[in-house]
Ligand binder design. Structure first.
Ligand SMILES: Cc1cc2nc3c(=O)[nH]c(=O)nc-3n(C[C@H](O)[C@H](O)[C@H](O)COP(=O)(O)OP(=O)(O)OC[C@H]3O[C@@H](n4cnc5c(N)ncnc54)[C@H](O)[C@@H]3O)c2cc1C
Length: 301
């Protein structure tokens, strides 16, 4: 199929974008990797496509305020290969899983957040890291915490007359460790289920930890698992620290999976299968993130 007819504009400033978005039925196009297929299938029929790629300010990828500022037209691949992104290990872990290399060369980080696919990696990463999204409108600029940004499947708090201008990911700090894993039928497909994990182990016996599950509900599901991890690291007796922790996490991971998976099963995987994936991935990645966070400390305590 071909898209329904639309007008195409390519403004040169954010103000001009905002005035175009004030028109009924106007829609932003950034990398086009999600929007163009949707148009081709006629699942959306915007009257006007507002192309934001001519605005230089939106293409800025820079280090600012102890974190990485990613402008609205910065491609996923540019972030993946930027040396500064090494200071955000979770972003580096997740980006290779976002579709294929060709898609990442065009697709933007902000576009993925704005699109809010429930199986997408970057919304989960943003929630795990407490990223902040900047949204501009004719009423001014507002900062939205990732935890407030995702509302439901393909739905964010961004209004039709608003533009996401950037996202800020904080750098990792000492004693933080991360984990990321997903299962998809083929590499590059959307995940059947996945987890992003963050552990802060300044005190290795009282770590704080968070697991964000994706592909299993209508938006990323965030759970604080600090108590669960703390009781697991207090257990002794397996061959390696990772094995010790994973063994102790197994009961809790089944409870987590029961709690977070609320998708109806489909041809790619049943609800029960997705629960098994979340249970296995969350305990493994939590154990690994804890080891990464404590590598130096564990040997010296
Ligand atoms: C075959 C295939 C496989 C894929 N696999 C994956 C995958 O595994 N994981 C994954 O996460 N994604 C996947 N994608 C999606 C792809 O990676 C897109 O890059 C991403 O979802 C959207 O980024 P974009 O810049 O292309 O946005 P666009 O397609 O341009 O826009 C997507 C939506 O977001 C809105 N939007 C974009 N930018 C802004 C902004 N600055 N402000 C307000 N609204 C905005 C648009 O209006 C539109 O509604 C896949 C796509 C394809 C075709």
């Amino acid at each position: 199929m071909k898209p329904a007819p639309f007008e195409y504009v390519r403004p040169g400033s954010v103000d001009d974008v905002l005035s175009e978005l004030g028109r009924d039925g106007a829609k932003v196009i950034a990398g086009g990797q999600s929007l163009v297929p949707i148009l081709a299938m006629r699942l959306a029929r915007p009257t006007t496509l507002v192309d934001i790629n001519a605005i230089g300010d939106l293409g800025v990828l820079t280090s600012v305020s102890k974190g990485l500022h990613v402008g609205a037209t910065v491609r996923q691949r540019a972030v993946q290969h930027d040396p500064t992104a090494a200071r955000i290990p979770l972003l580096r872990m997740a980006l290779p899983w976002v579709g294929h290399r060709e898609l990442r060369s065009r697709g933007t980080v902000c576009g993925s957040l704005a699109h809010a696919d429930s199986a997408a990696e970057l919304p989960a990463v943003a929630c795990c890291l407490d990223a902040t999204i900047t949204v501009a409108s004719p009423r001014g600029e507002r900062l939205v915490a990732a935890s407030e940004f995702f509302v439901a499947a393909m739905t964010t708090s961004v209004q039709p007359d608003e533009l996401v201008t950037s996202v800020h990911f904080p750098y990792a700090t000492t004693n933080q460790g991360f984990g990321f894993a997903e299962i998809a039928r083929r590499h590059g497909d959307f995940a059947l289920a996945g987890v992003a994990v963050r552990v802060d182990a300044r005190d290795p016996f009282r770590p704080t930890a968070r697991v964000v599950c994706f592909g299993v509900s209508d938006k990323p599901v965030v759970r604080d698992v600090s108590a669960w991890l703390a009781s697991a690291v207090a257990t002794e007796g397996a061959e390696t620290p990772e094995m010790t922790i994973r063994a102790s996490l197994s009961d809790g991971s089944a409870d987590l999976a029961d709690d977070v998976v609320d998708t109806v099963g489909d041809a790619h995987g049943s609800t029960a299968y997705r629960r098994q994936l979340i249970a296995a991935l969350s305990s493994r990645e939590l154990a690994r993130a804890y080891i990464r966070a404590t590598q130096d400390q564990v040997e010296t305590t």
